[in-house]
Design a protein around this ligand. Structure first.
Ligand code: UDP
Length: 238
């Protein structure tokens, strides 16, 4: 079964919102179990999986700033939120018998291990799922940027960004039914057309280091497996 894959090592970015399911806040364990199932299919065919989880289901620095908090403090809260999401995700993966390690950009002795690139690469080579949390460890960045950063660092073949819709559209397909879905885009097209796929830092990082990104719909069962086998779900940015 190990021959049937196009990508050997991937970096999957899950937004915090995805973890809350139908709720507006928090974590829905049922959603986590579904994700563990999809990720387990990849592990099952020998794909090495790095995960970056966001924190938007709990706290976002920008939203806290708008509510009157100091921005950097808000970003620290946002990064801590991603650690909670990572712990919940590890719990779901391990309940599905998928060996998982959590590495945090902010040291948190006794709770999670500190991020170390060589340790991450060894764990991935070993077949363990590695969850990178606490973003980049710095305020004023997003977890999209940390996903691209870690993906490039650990030499992933592809960054996968899970979204609510099945790819990148010319306009918000929830609001404009005529919006057109792109099969492929260059990094510059994403920038020129101001498509809100990822923040500019993340896109520029991928462009500078030739890291392809595929935007896809996580809720579509089997989409993730299809992509690592070379399928064309969603939109490819390269
Ligand atoms: N964050 C940060 N530095 C990083 C990554 C994240 O300060 O490198 C903070 C930022 O406040 C952000 C929050 O953590 O709003 C949660 O991350 P993000 O908004 O990217 O989560 P998502 O939208 O993917 O759920």
């Amino acid at each position: 079964a190990s021959g049937e894959k196009k990508y050997k090592r991937i970096l999957l970015k899950l937004s915090g919102e995805a973890l809350s399911g139908r709720e507006k806040f928090g974590i829905d364990p049922k959603v986590l179990d579904l994700m563990a199932l999809e990720i387990g299919q990849l592990v099952g065919i020998g794909v090495q999986v790095g995960l970056v989880v966001g924190g938007g289901n709990l706290f976002r620095g920008a939203a806290l700033q708008a509510a009157g908090l100091d921005r950097v403090t808000g970003d620290h809260m946002g990064m801590l939120a991603t650690v909670m999401n990572a712990l919940a995700m590890r719990d779901a993966l391990e309940r599905s018998n998928i060996a998982t390690q959590v590495l945090s950009s902010i040291p948190m002795s006794g709770v999670v291990d500190h991020y170390d690139r060589r340790k991450a690469m060894r764990a991935l080579s070993n077949g363990d799922v590695v969850i990178f949390c606490a973003g980049t460890g710095n305020p004023l960045f997003t977890t999209d940027s940390s996903a691209c950063l870690r993906g490039i660092e650990v030499e992933a073949d592809l960054v996968l960004k899970a979204t609510k819709v099945d790819g990148v559209y010319s306009a918000d397909p929830m609001k404009e039914p005529d919006a057109e879905r792109y099969e492929r885009l260059s990094y510059d097209e994403v920038l020129d057309k101001k498509l809100e796929v990822m923040d500019l830092t993340a896109i520029c990082l991928c462009r500078d280091h030739n890291m392809p990104v595929r935007v896809f719909m996580m809720e579509k069962a089997g989409a993730l497996l299809n992509i690592v086998r070379g399928g064309r779900d969603g939109t490819l940015i390269e």
